[in-house]
Design a protein around this ligand. Structure first.
Ligand code: HEM
Length: 526
């Protein structure tokens, strides 16, 4: 269609659809932007912006009550609940202030879609200043999570080719399955220690070790021994650094709200933050240097160099060594708690909903029997298992919210949002919105299963891995680890809630995590 058509359409919007929120100029702007019609997109934005309300008129909590809520009433561990409360009170788009920082929160599926679909080539994540500051201080590079702009784009284009393609990730099936075998052995050992010989106390501890072993086997091409009875000292030190990182989350992620001049007076949080990063980087460096040495020895001995992800990065030199250190560190950090919390919630939900567990179990044994070890290719034929993972992440999205800094002016929900504004997408709220998911509080993995090939079950209300170019680069790895683990656990055990477990509520601890220990019984299947 020619430009004149779009000019006509714009004129129509200006003249006739002035007050129509669905077909108005903001929609036309998005449409023209997507169709790469920059002049028309700008024109449409000008019209939309002229009509939009200013940020001043956007509702939201008062600055002081917000600070009281977060700093005195421990709002940081209730961020997900506050999201829900605020969106009920102020609507699907509202603003808040954290000290000098203005944040516009979006709790609407279509607006989230609008933001993510209109992102440029290198979307900017919010609240990463303290991460960058630490890296500058120690002369480390930034990794995918903390990098921006050109540097991020370059690293992302290298890494996504290695870990985001389902076919490449499928090659890790055997590695992951050998760790699942250790996970299952560990279940036998742990439950044998309890009086009923069935209960595993605090399953998250077990899944944490599984996830750490899994992701580091893929990243560093070596086993760490996390599922052994006596965990090696180095791995224990890493675990301590990781825990320290999340306990200093409050102050560091919201560094914008805590002025730097306060650090000399209250030095502990920043010191702990640096100490935990030191531990994480040190751990990565040890494993990467070991691999580098191995490669050098192979080359010196005239042998061919064989290996997987890390070997490829070190041999191909597509990333600098500094970038390899930083990316391995950030991916390991991103890949442990996320996966383990999801597995903990998943087993908890299955234990509380035996009828759902039975349906998933029937699907698994129909396809694989009790003994066949699954491989990545089997997962395509297990729609309910995939639905189980999606439904768990809908009810408990590990990242209950996600941030962006807008890189262009936007009109969102009738408000003009200038370039450079911090946005917070409220995924927890949209996941529990009845408009997006009827029976939103219920656990129904079946809702994700397509009835026929034309059926669409995608929904911007629940995008636990994000969407688009800046979405989770470890998504396929995480899915592989979770699918292979849950299939084999269900082949072997019926999972039940232990009387030692109360109702477990979620808390935000950097990520959305179980607020208390989940103790489950693993009963042998016949
Ligand atoms: C259940 C498991 C996981 C969930 C729910 C999850 C979720 C997310 C989300 C929501 C983001 C932000 C996306 C955005 O800003 O749009 C993200 C980013 C990221 N995740 Fe994951 N993640 C998981 C597992 C993993 C694993 C296993 C790894 C590494 C092996 C990983 C590595 C990363 C990295 C490096 C980024 C930054 C990507 C970038 O900025 O380019 N994640 N993840």
């Amino acid at each position: 269609m020619g430009t004149s058509f779009w000019r006509g359409a714009l004129a129509l919007c200006r003249g006739r659809l002035r007050d129509d929120p669905v077909c108005g100029p903001a929609t036309l702007h998005r449409y023209c932007a997507r169709r790469a019609l920059p002049a028309l997109a700008e024109d449409a934005l000008r019209v939309a912006a002229a009509r939009a309300r200013s940020l001043e008129r956007m509702p939201g909590p008062r600055t002081v009550s917000n600070l009281v809520e977060f700093f005195w009433r421990d709002g940081f561990s209730r961020i997900h609940e506050i999201q829900l409360e605020h969106s009920r009170k102020y609507g699907k788009i509202f603003k808040s202030r954290f000290g000098p920082q203005l944040v516009v929160s979006i709790a609407d599926r279509d607006m989230v879609a609008q933001i993510l679909r209109s992102e440029g080539v290198a979307p900017q994540r919010a609240n990463m200043e303290s991460w960058k500051e630490y890296r500058d201080l120690r002369n480390w590079s930034t990794g995918l999570i903390s990098a921006e702009g050109e540097e991020w784009l370059q690293m992302r284009s290298v890494l996504r080719q290695l870990v985001l393609h389902p076919h490449d990730v499928a090659t890790f099936s055997d590695d992951v399955n050998s760790i699942v075998a250790d996970l299952i052995s560990r279940v036998y050992i742990l439950r044998a220690k309890q009086a009923d010989r069935l209960t595993v106390i605090n399953v998250n501890d077990l899944f944490f070790k599984y996830a750490m072993e899994g992701v580091s086997t893929i990243l560093y091409e070596c086993r760490l021994g996390c599922l052994e009875e006596n965990i090696p000292q180095q791995s224990l030190e890493y675990i301590a650094a990781l825990h320290l990182m999340f306990s200093s989350f409050k102050t560091t992620m919201y560094a914008g709200a805590i002025p730097k001049w306060l650090r000399p007076i209250v030095p502990k949080p920043w010191e702990e933050f640096c100490r935990s990063w030191d531990g994480l980087f040190r751990f990565s460096q040890i494993h990467i240097d070991r691999k580098l040495l191995e490669i050098q020895e192979q080359v010196a001995a005239g042998q061919g160099v064989t290996g997987r992800l890390l070997t490829h990065l070190l041999v191909s030199k597509e990333l600098t060594l500094e970038q390899v250190y930083a990316n391995m560190t950030e991916m390991l950090l991103a890949g442990v708690d996320t996966t383990s919390f999801t597995l903990s919630w998943m087993t908890y939900l299955l234990a509380r909903h035996p009828e759902v567990q039975q349906q998933v179990y029937v699907e698994v044994v129909k396809k694989l029997g009790h003994d066949r070890v699954p491989v990545a290719e089997d997962i395509a034929h297990l729609p309910l298992v995939r639905g189980l993972v999606k439904e768990t992440l809908r009810l408990f999205p590990v990242l209950p919210g996600n941030g962006r800094i807008t890189q262009q002016d936007l009109v969102l929900g009738g408000y003009f949002i200038p370039k450079g504004t911090q946005l917070a997408m409220c995924h927890y709220t949209t996941s529990l919105d009845e408009e997006n998911f009827p029976g939103a509080k219920e656990f129904r993995p079946q809702r994700w299963v397509r009835k026929n090939s034309t059926d669409r079950v995608d929904n911007f209300g629940s995008i636990p891995f994000g969407y688009g170019i800046r979405s989770c680069v470890g998504r396929r790895i995480a899915e592989l680890e979770m699918h292979l683990a849950i299939i084999q656990l269900l082949q072997k055990f019926r999972i039940e809630v232990s009387p030692l477990t109360q109702t477990v509520r979620a808390k935000t601890h950097g990520l959305l995590s179980p607020g208390g220990p989940i103790n489950l019984k693993f009963v042998d299947r016949q």
